[in-house]
Write a protein that binds this ligand. Structure first.
Ligand code: NAG
Ligand code: NAG
Ligand code: NAG
Ligand code: NAG
Length: 370
């Protein structure tokens, strides 16, 4: 009796102080388990019973749903609706068949023993699946003006989170556009008209086939640059060139042709050259010269007659006229103020017109004195 009681006491003391002597525990836990959708996942727990007997085991999907359970000495039994979905392998491995996205999440394993021990351990199932592009957008708008900023965004659902890449659908370069692989954005700053076109987003996470999708961008720009092209200037030169050619002498016409090397010389100068003979042109020129001469002489004569009336003319012009026409006024003035002029010889220098008269006064006085 005493020996048996001592043994019982030892067990109790061991529970208090030693612990490790007779306590079931996990030797391995699953932690995070990753599987691709459609595959089979295994959440593997390893235990050391340490001499105790298992009474009951339960596998749950957190937060609460029981998946499968096992009574000591019996086969594991899935809960209703989970047959063929969950199985138990080995000591305590939960096998999940035909994994779906919805299977991702937290799991828990519980075990109870006849010594009163109750164990539980959690695990996380990560289900990878191919990306699906869920949307593409352009901010502020896919139709922008040249010089604006534009951001294309590609959104996708997939595990792990996909990397995004961009390309031009026509295979051209992206230019200055900046792509963010994680955010799925393609940013244009001060966008150019050459950015017009379709852009392809690819979402790749290494699972399955990376999907692609296009978005179109249209960059508008002012159409004013077109009229400012040098074309108008060229046409102006062409139209100006032939005009002086016919009115001028024949020789310059040939010079114009060589300067206008492009095909214009064929249609512009040659037909006109054939229409007017060089003799005819010379005749016309001579006739014009004669006409101008006649008009010029007539005009000169007319100006000579009516010339004296205006007093604005310079000294030289009036000098010749003074000899003939102003000789009389001078004689008329002389009788009126003969003494003044003789006295004011020096004062006469002030006026230019009178200056001429002074030169004539000398011979007049001489004549009077004589
Ligand atoms: C499981 O994954 C989560 C999130 O990725 C991480 O924080 C945690 O440390 C992982 N746990 C283990 C046991 O690896
Ligand atoms: C935008 O681009 C045009 C053409 O390349 C350039 O002339 C202009 O200076 C740029 N504007 C800014 C603010 O960078
Ligand atoms: C995304 O790209 C980075 C850098 O290349 C790479 O380390 C990472 O594994 C990629 N992620 C996926 C899901 O492919
Ligand atoms: C074309 O005409 C414009 C406006 O008159 C002028 O500014 C420009 O210099 C001309 N260009 C040439 C090549 O003559």
């Amino acid at each position: 009796m005493a020996g048996a009681r001592f043994a019982e006491l030892c067990v109790v003391l061991a529970c208090f102080f030693g612990g490790g002597l007779a306590a079931p525990s996990f030797t391995s836990e699953p932690g995070n388990v990753t599987v691709e959708v459609g595959g089979t996942a295994r959440l593997e727990w390893q235990l050391n019973d340490d001499g105790a007997s298992q009474l009951f085991e339960l596998w749950r999907k957190l937060p609460s749903a029981g998946l499968i359970q096992r009574q000591a000495g019996q086969e594991a039994a899935p809960f209703p609706g989970y047959e063929g979905k969950f199985e138990i392998e080995g000591v305590a491995t939960l096998k999940i068949l035909n994994v779906e996205k919805a299977d991702a999440g937290g799991y828990e394993f519980q075990a109870s023993y006849d010594d009163g021990t109750s164990l539980n351990s959690g695990a996380t199932l990560i289900v990878n699946y191919q990306p699906t592009i869920t949307g593409m957008s352009a901010s502020p708008d896919p139709n922008v003006k040249e010089g604006d900023d534009l951001t294309l965004t590609c959104a996708a659902d997939g595990v792990p989170a996909p990397n995004f890449s961009w390309s031009r659908s026509d295979g051209g370069p992206l230019g200055a556009a900046v792509a963010d692989a994680a955010a799925g954005t393609l940013t244009f700053t001060n966008i150019s008209r050459t950015a017009t076109g379709a852009y392809t987003c690819t979402a790749d996470n290494g699972v399955g086939v990376a999907p692609t999708q296009d978005i179109a961008v249209a960059v508008s720009y002012p159409t004013t640059p077109a009229p400012t092209t040098p074309t108008p200037n060229v046409t102006m030169k062409i139209t100006d060139a032939p005009t002086p050619a016919p009115s001028a002498e024949p020789e310059p016409t040939g010079g114009m042709e060589t300067s206008d090397k492009p095909g214009e010389k064929g249609r512009g100068a040659k037909p006109q050259k054939g229409g007017l003979g060089s003799g005819a042109i010379v005749g016309i020129v001579l006739g014009l010269l004669a006409l101008f001469l006649t008009i010029g002489v007539g005009a000169y004569c007319a100006s000579k007659r009516f010339g004296p009336q205006p007093n604005k003319k310079p000294d030289v012009v009036t000098f010749n006229k003074v000899e003939e026409t102003e000789a009389e006024p001078l004689k008329n003035k002389d009788p009126e103020n003969p003494p003044e002029k003789t006295e004011d010889k020096d004062n006469n220098k002030d006026a230019s017109i009178i200056k001429n008269g002074e030169m004539e006064e000398v011979p007049l006085k001489n004549a009077e004195e004589a």
